[in-house]
Design a protein around this ligand. Structure first.
Ligand code: UDP
Length: 350
């Protein structure tokens, strides 16, 4: 059996790494297609090297987030490979393009991370989630809440709860990362004494909002290691937005250095989707620079707080952030990839 995996962004490289291994273990031939939506070395190549991802069979190298530009190249790959299904991950424009091309080509779509909703339709990611779920034949949900959402929306495909493939990556790689990474020593940081921050959502790099977020980070009363996405770094520079002296701005880090850094932080401050979950799995409290989240359970359990862009609230929430005790396991047991591969064999296998 053959599948076409469509990836294009940093979180998708992370999600596809454990799944590639599980597919190989079941002798499923995976043709990997990289749209080139993320193309900076720190956002792309470094993940292929560190996570042992197979070389893409197709590199569209497009340097764009426009799904219409991606569809023709994906169609060509589908024509050549004639896979049993197309695997798409998460909620980016590469996810949407993969699903649209696949439906055009008459190839069924399997959506990894199906059924998530933040309720905020102003976010392109939320619109992508809804559209891709409608197009998918197989919906691979991280938890029961997502499956219930799909049932409520009467989404036609078959939904299965498999857990979260990102948990697989976190559980397998974070211990290795902490052993291998020298980053904390290089930055002269002791575990549990600093905050880690990331910002990259489109709405958060608009000048007024970014200025308030930068103000919030600057008011935090402890060292902040800020991994700045290229679009955030350029928006800061373009708009002359300064950060406090205790905010250490770095280029995006490779997965292993970042896992070592985030898993030993006192608190995570982010607008990332994936990092909210990773913080939970690491046992590190999270402060989320958004008004909504698709990872609702982390908030309901008191491990994550939504603070939007209010500078005072950001600083106060960071100061008060503590991980509650006796938290349940969320989003799977680190074995999701094997279940995804099983589900693919069952539904699309010979
Ligand atoms: N990440 C990384 N280096 C960094 C910042 C984040 O490897 O400097 C990882 C992080 O651990 C997570 C993924 O990138 O696995 C999250 O990607 P991102 O925040 O870009 O996307 P989102 O999850 O919001 O879609």
């Amino acid at each position: 059996m053959r599948v076409l995996s469509v990836v294009g962004n940093r979180p998708q490289f992370v999600k596809s790494a454990p799944l590639s291994v599980a597919l190989r273990e079941r002798e499923i031939d995976e043709a990997l297609l990289h749209t080139g939506q993320h193309y900076d070395r720190e956002l792309s190549q470094v993940f292929f090297e560190e996570l042992g991802l197979p070389e893409p069979r197709y590199s569209l190298d497009l340097h764009t987030a426009d799904p219409d530009a991606m569809v023709p190249g994906i169609l060509e790959a589908l024509e050549r490979e004639r896979p049993a299904c197309t695997l798409v991950y998460g909620d980016t424009n590469s996810t949407l393009a993969g699903a649209l091309a696949s439906v055009d080509a008459g190839v069924p779509v399997a959506h990894v991370e199906a059924g998530l909703r933040s309720g905020d339709l102003s976010m392109p990611e939320e619109r992508n989630r809804i559209e891709v779920d409608r197009l998918a034949a197989l919906l691979l949900c991280p938890d029961e809440r997502s499956r219930a959402t799909l049932a409520r929306e009467r989404v036609p495909g078959r939904a299965e709860v498999v857990g979260d493939v990102m948990a697989d990556a976190t559980m397998q790689l974070a211990p290795i990362a902490r052993g291998r990474s020298r980053l904390l020593a290089e930055l002269e940081l002791a575990p549990g004494t600093y905050a880690v921050a990331t910002v990259h959502r489109e709405a958060n790099v608009q000048p007024e909002r970014l200025r308030r977020l930068a103000d919030g980070l600057s008011r935090i009363n402890e060292p902040v290691v800020f991994s700045a996405h290229p679009r955030t770094a350029s928006a800061l520079e373009r708009n002359g937005i300064a950060l406090g002296a205790h905010v250490l701005q770095l280029e995006p880090l490779g997965y292993l250095d970042f896992a070592a850094l985030a898993s030993q932080a006192r608190v995570v401050v982010t607008d990332s989707g994936g990092l909210q979950k990773e913080a939970y799995w690491y046992g590190v409290p999270c402060v989320t620079l958004r008004d909504t989240t698709e990872w609702v359970d982390t908030v309901e359990l008191g491990a994550n707080r939504l603070v939007g862009d209010d500078p005072e609230l950001i600083a106060a929430a960071v100061a008060a952030a503590r991980m509650p005790s006796n938290l349940p396991r969320l989003y799977g047991d680190g074995q999701a990839s094997g279940r995804v591969a099983e589900a693919l064999c069952t539904l699309f296998g010979p």
